[in-house]
Design a protein around this ligand. Sequence first.
Ligand code: NAI
Ligand code: MG
Length: 494
Amino acid sequence: MSTASKPKNIIKAPKVSNQKLFINGKWVNSISGKTFATLNPATGQEICQVAEADSADVDLAVKAARKAFESGPWKKMSAAERGRRINKLADLMEKNLPELAALESLDNGKPLRDSLNADLPLSIKAYRYYAGWCDKTHGKTIPVEGEYFCYTKHEPVGVVGQIIPWNFPLLMTAWKWAPALATGCTIVLKPAEQTPLTALRMAELAQEADIPDGVINVVPGFGPTAGAAITSHMDIDKVAFTGEGSTGQLVMQAAAKSNLKRVSLELGGKSPNVVFADADLDAAVEGAYFGLFFNQGQCCCAGSRLFVEENIHDAFVEKLVARAKKQRVGDPFDMATTQGPQISQEQCDRIMGYIDVGVSEGANLLSGGKRVGSKGYFIQPTIFSGVKDNMRIAKEEIFGPVMNILKFKDVDEVVQRGNKTFYGLAAAIWTKDITKAHRLANSLRAGTVWVNCYDVFDAAAPFGGFKMSGIGRELGEYALSLYTEVKTVYINLG
Ligand code: NAI
Ligand code: MG
């Protein structure tokens, strides 16, 4: 690992002033007048103050969303026109791409090269993909018995509350907004308290794209206050949440105790990444590395249990450690940087705590293990070998640049151990043997399985978790069902 040297900035961090709540097409202060700071994770310094929503503000946002859903121009607009406006939003993102990428890197700390090459293109593609669905989501005619004409309609579920995390702020906004807009819903979004800035900028662009007032409302604030006000609100029809498992359980409880609002959850994982001895080893090293260290290890689908077949284990580990030395940790705005800071002091402490746990549990610390520098939240890319299934670092989501390597002997054993987790978000397999690849793809209980690749995403293909990794599928045609109710109509022909 080397610390990125002289900054070679091609894009500068944008200037951001005070930010307000976006409710009913207007920028407003919170009713309490309270604000909170959003910090630059690379320095730990305040970027700006943001208005802090609480239940009274959420209530105003829900009222605006309800009105827009029931009587506004959105309700009357054709599906095709909705699609044109979602495409216009995507156009505006393209037009403002460097600025959005820089704002994302400023607020989140991710390397600018990742914001430019991953977050922005994937987000834009999600809007375009769902823009295309607007006038293509439709019901059926059903040949029922008797003299009736029976058909179904796919109607928008209504006002949706959306609560997103800080690891991919723009992309999570896109995964939530695009299918909700495509199906004709209206939205109250709460971005993560660590990263509210790009969602607010997107609200501004949505207005420029002629998305009518009240269709999108953005209420930055904290989980137990603004977040809980959304999950327990009696006039929100559905809540979509991405974040920690235990928070997902609170979301579901609140939905159950209030109005049984529909719930979709995308929670974390402890995804097995399995490398067989017959794999293309260099490709597998790169895939294993990227699959864990991408986005500072802050990915729900990180390949955080790396299973390596016994007879190549030592050679493979040596290559991985050499790969870690090439990581450039530093200023997110330096285009040579490949690893930025963690999101916050809290996450940094949590990850350092897990590194201590790994050492005290007896895993071998091969590389890294320390913080980098004294300002901001940088951590060295860290690799443990000799990790055992029952160690906490092999069971719990670390959400940081900490790789755990486990040794295995054969196919049956790795399937059984790979599935020995409450999670089921993703899995990957590296092998040239097509039978082994299919066998594992078939038997690993995970929402996505990658064979000889990792972290491949496309707006057209669904993503979500088995078991405690979540409920429902985002992306692709499948996500439309998260935002629609099916209505059955019988017409008496007699
Ligand atoms: P979190 O689940 O607490 O936060 C995610 C979102 O939920 C934020 O917008 C937050 O304000 C909101 N929230 C928190 N408490 C809430 C409540 N009671 N009701 C409604 N909304 C609430 O995650 P946090 O604390 O930021 O990170 C903790 C751990 O969660 C991470 O270390 C990681 O393991 C996991 N995580 C997983 C993510 C994923 O993509 N699956 C994303 C972020 C975190
Ligand atoms: Mg939390």
